[in-house]
Every structure is written in structure tokens, then in C-alpha cells.
Design a protein around this ligand. Structure first.
Ligand code: HEC
Length: 132
């Protein structure tokens, strides 16, 4: 039983590597970089508001991020062939929604964890669509 639990992580890692290997690195028309810069600034602002247990500030930033990721999702849905982009923007939508709920319930520890997951999602998408 213990072995089985230990086996799960490498298996996950292997599937993640396979997913990266099979990703289509097609030259997508550029995503609006002003939008990404706004996402970057809002994400930083949200992190400091969550760290400071500022419910109103965190809520405003999380709602703004949620809307911005709606635009990112629309961009990738519009591409038609960007499965990873669609999936990762939907994950960002789910995480920002979760943060809105957690901040609403004054769960700043949970919100902070979700914000960490969100930052991982940023990096995952940048790895998929990095312009070379
Ligand atoms: C679904 C995909 C996706 C997600 C999710 C995503 N990004 Fe991006 N982002 C991109 C793409 C594509 C680029 C352009 C990458 C490149 O040129 O290498 C980019 C570029 C950027 C840039 C560079 C902007 C510039 O002016 O050059 C920043 C900063 C950035 N993202 C921040 C973030 C942050 C912070 C998050 C998460 C809160 C995030 N992004 C989530 C797709 C995404």
C-alpha cells in the first residue's frame, strides 16, 4: 500500500512530461501583451492583499483577474486548436472563482494556497506557448 502511494508521484510526473512533449507548439498569433501585463500587476496586487488579510482588496483583484482570464479563454477558444490554452485559462477561471469564495469566507490561508496554484498555472501556460 505504501509503495503504491509512493508510485503515484512519478506517474503523475511522467504524464505531465508526456503532455508537454505532445503539446503543439504552433505559432499562434500573439496574445495581447497589455492584457498579460495587467494580469501580472493584478496577480501581484492580489498576493499582497491576501498576505495582508485585506478582504476588500483581495476580492477586487480576484474579480478583475477572473474577468481578464475570461478574455484569455476567449482568445484560446477562438484559436480552435489550442486545447492546452483553453484548459489552462479555464483552470485560472476556476482558481480565481475559488479565491473569490475563500476571501468571501475570510479564508486567507486557503486563498493563499489557491493563489500559489494560480501562479503555477501561469507558468504552465507560458511553457506551452513561449515564443522562441
Ligand atoms: C492560458 C495561457 C496563459 C495563462 C494562464 C497566463 N498567461 Fe501570461 N502569457 C501567455 C502567453 C502566450 C504569453 C506570451 C509568452 C511569450 O511570448 O513567451 C504571456 C506573457 C506574459 C507576460 C509577459 C508580458 C509582456 O509584456 O511581454 C507576463 C508578465 C505574464 N504573461 C503574466 C502572467 C501571469 C502573472 C499569469 C497568471 C496569473 C499568466 N500570465 C497566465 C499566456 C498565458
Amino acid at each position: 500500500m505504501k509503495l503504491l502511494i509512493r508510485m503515484r508521484k512519478p506517474t503523475l510526473l511522467i504524464s505531465a512530461l508526456l503532455a508537454v512533449a505532445s503539446a503543439v507548439h504552433a505559432a499562434l498569433p500573439a496574445l495581447d501583451m497589455d492584457l498579460m501585463q495587467t494580469i501580472e500587476d493584478t496577480n501581484k496586487s492580489m498576493a499582497s492583499h491576501i498576505a495582508g488579510s485585506d478582504a476588500a482588496g483581495s476580492l477586487k483583484d480576484a474579480q478583475e483577474l477572473h474577468e481578464l482570464f475570461g478574455a484569455v479563454e476567449a482568445h484560446y477558444v477562438g484559436k480552435g486548436d489550442a486545447v492546452d490554452g483553453v484548459e489552462l485559462s479555464r483552470k485560472s477561471l476556476q482558481l480565481t472563482k475559488k479565491i473569490i469564495e475563500q476571501v468571501g469566507g475570510k479564508d486567507f490561508t486557503g486563498a493563499s494556497e489557491s493563489a500559489t496554484d494560480l501562479s503555477r498555472t501561469c507558468r504552465a501556460c507560458h511553457t506551452f506557448y513561449k515564443q522562441s
